[in-house]
Each structure stands twice: as C-alpha cells, then as structure tokens.
Design a protein around this ligand. Structure first.
Ligand code: DP6
Length: 332
C-alpha cells in the first residue's frame, strides 16, 4: 500500500503569525496565500506495510525529534480514519533549499497529507485534507489547494472550522509571478512556531495588527478578485511590513530580515517610483529571502533589479500553481 504525491509551497500575502491553540495549530487570524507552481516542490512517498517501526526520511536522512513527531501527527490521524494498524515509511524529497524561509514545511506536510490519504484510499475532501495538514504545519493547510487560497481562522475550539478554501484557481491570474530571491539558504535561528508565540506574548503592537487585519484582508481579497496588480502589490508590502514590525517589537526582538533583504526593499521601492505605480511588491516570511510578486510584463526588469542587489545568491521565478498532484496510488 503506497502512494506518491507532490505539493508546492505557498507564499502568504496576508500572513499567519500567532496561534490561539498551539496543540491544534489554530491561528488568531485568517491568512491569504498564493500557491507556487511545480518549479519548487516536495515529492513524498508513503508506504504502509509490515515494517518494524514508523520511519520518515527527508532528502535521504532519517528524521528524529520534532520532524518525526510532526510526520506522525498526520500518519496517526489517517491510520485512525482508515482503522489501519500497519507501520509506515515516509520518504520525502525537497527540490529546493530546505528551511530557507521558503516554507518547505508547507509543501512537505501538504504532500504528506495527500500521499497518506491516497495510500489508504481515504479520499478525503479538500476541507478535511487541509485540516489534516494543518496540525503538522499551519501554512501547509493552504498548500493542499492551488491558486489563491484563504485559510479561515475559524472560531470553534476543536478546529473543525479552521481550514483553507480556494478564493480563485491558478487560471484566474496566470500572468502573476513570484520572483524569489535567495539571500541565505541556511536554517532560521528561531522557528516560526516559537517565534510567533513570543510575539503573541510580548508585543503590544501585535494587538493593533490583529485589529487592522480584517479590513486589510478584505482589501486583499478584492484586489485578487479584480486582478488589481497595483493594489495587490501595495497590500502585500503593507502586510509584510506589519508582521516584521511586530517581530521587531517582540521581546527579545526577532530579526529575520537582514541588510540584503532591506536592499531588496529599496530596489522594489525605487522601481515602483520610476514607474509612478506599483509594478511589483515584496513579502518576507520568517527569513531573509524575498518573494517579489510582479506580472509577466515587468518580470525582466524586476529580475534585472534584484540581480544587481549585492548578496542575492539566486533568483527563482514561479507562476501560480495548481496545487498537489498524486503521481502513484493503489489501484482501485
Ligand atoms: C511567516 O506554519 O510555516 O511563513 O511549519 O513551523 O515552519 P512552521 O510554521 P509555518 O509558519 C508560517 C509563518 C509565515 C507566514 C505564513 O506563511 O502565513
């Protein structure tokens, strides 16, 4: 009984930063993301069978500790749903730098949820798959869907209403591109889960952010629906700045962006100023790498500007992705 699935990362334009329940991974606010195409992806093979123990490998290396625990959160849920007792072997491969602030946990746990569901022929719907992935990595619940995705925070204590839905499919806005600039491919100093809880506990600015978010989220939804590039870029930048301000306001401060990241911000601002409108917009997650959204018409000049920033190691160009795909599944 085995299946293979691939999933891609998603990059949020309205960020998830702060949990109301860390065991169930329930967020304090709804978030919106764009799923990446298959140029960056995780491929995961899940097999249930006569193994001595459950094991999980990432890029050929066996996972222990937290990584193993997070994998088992998904595996145990599907085993329970399928009333299956077999041990499992998970083999995952990332076709991009792991833990580079490129949300490899999102594509990884989304691929795992989809492959585990396929291996046991559970055929869960998108809502249930999203909830399944969420418990191992919050952002992964958005990667089970393609296109433009909203993770509704929900209100219930059991998390049943906290899952992602598609706002629009990838085909809605094909010309939108994410030019990702690798600044540092190393691992982050403070993980997202730990960092966001520190922010919730210690930042006064975070309360203001939470109060502002419903209005900003509604504006972002509207910009996506209307394919309004100028507003989409403006809101993405406003939102990234808001999250990073709360990170800086955390005690002790969380500093994920570095001098190269700040040079990228300047390069984007200067390009937009030259055009007299926003032709691109940056967003940064819990790391120094940049995701610069732009449209096909301006991709060449954005790439040119980013490649001139000293310290940018590599540029990846990604379109909007269709969501996970199952490559192999047991015959029906
Ligand atoms: C800043 O849910 O990806 O990217 O799985 O522990 O890495 P880990 O956390 P994750 O946190 C995401 C935080 C963020 C914002 C976002 O993607 O919405």
């Amino acid at each position: 009984m085995h299946a293979i699935a691939e999933a891609t990362p998603n990059i949020a334009v309205i960020k998830y930063w702060g949990m109301r329940d860390s065991a169930l991974v329930l967020p304090l606010n709804s978030s919106i993301s764009v799923t990446m195409d298959f140029s960056l992806r995780t491929r995961t093979r899940v097999e249930f069978g006569d193994f001595k123990k459950d094991s999980a490998f990432l890029n050929g290396k066996e996972l222990g500790g937290d990584g193993h625990t997070r994998v088992l959160k998904i595996i145990n849920q599907v085993r329970k749903l399928a009333c299956a007792g077999e041990k499992c072997r998970v083999q995952s491969e990332n076709f991009f730098p792991t833990k580079a602030g490129f949300a490899s946990s999102a594509s990884g746990f989304a691929a795992l949820a989809v492959a585990a569901d396929a291996a046991l022929a559970l055929h869960l719907g998108p809502d249930a798959l999203s909830r399944l992935a969420r418990v191992s990595s919050g952002s992964a619940c958005r990667s089970v869907l393609g296109g433009f995705v909203q993770w509704n925070a929900g209100e219930q204590k059991n998390g049943l209403d906290s899952y992602a839905v598609q706002l629009a499919p990838a085909s809605h806005w094909e010309g939108l591109l994410n030019i990702a600039a690798v600044v540092d491919a190393g691992e982050k100093a403070v993980g997202s889960a730990e960092g966001m809880q520190l922010t919730v506990q210690t930042s006064a600015l975070f309360k203001k952010r939470l109060a502002e978010l419903p209005e900003r989220t509604a504006r972002m939804e509207k910009a996506i629906k209307k394919r309004d590039a100028h507003s989409f870029f403006a809101i993405a930048m406003e939102e990234s700045a808001s999250m990073h301000a709360c990170m800086a306001d955390t005690k002790p401060p969380l500093r994920y962006m570095n001098n190269v990241s700040r040079e990228i911000v300047r390069a984007v601002e200067s390009l937009n100023k030259t055009h007299g409108e926003n032709v691109c917009g940056y967003t940064f997650d819990a790391g120094p790498n940049a995701h610069v959204y732009t449209t096909k018409a301006h991709a060449a000049e954005v790439k040119n500007a980013l490649s001139k920033v000293a310290g940018v190691q590599k540029l990846f160009t990604c379109g909007v992705g269709e969501g996970p795909r199952v490559l192999e599944a047991p015959a029906k």
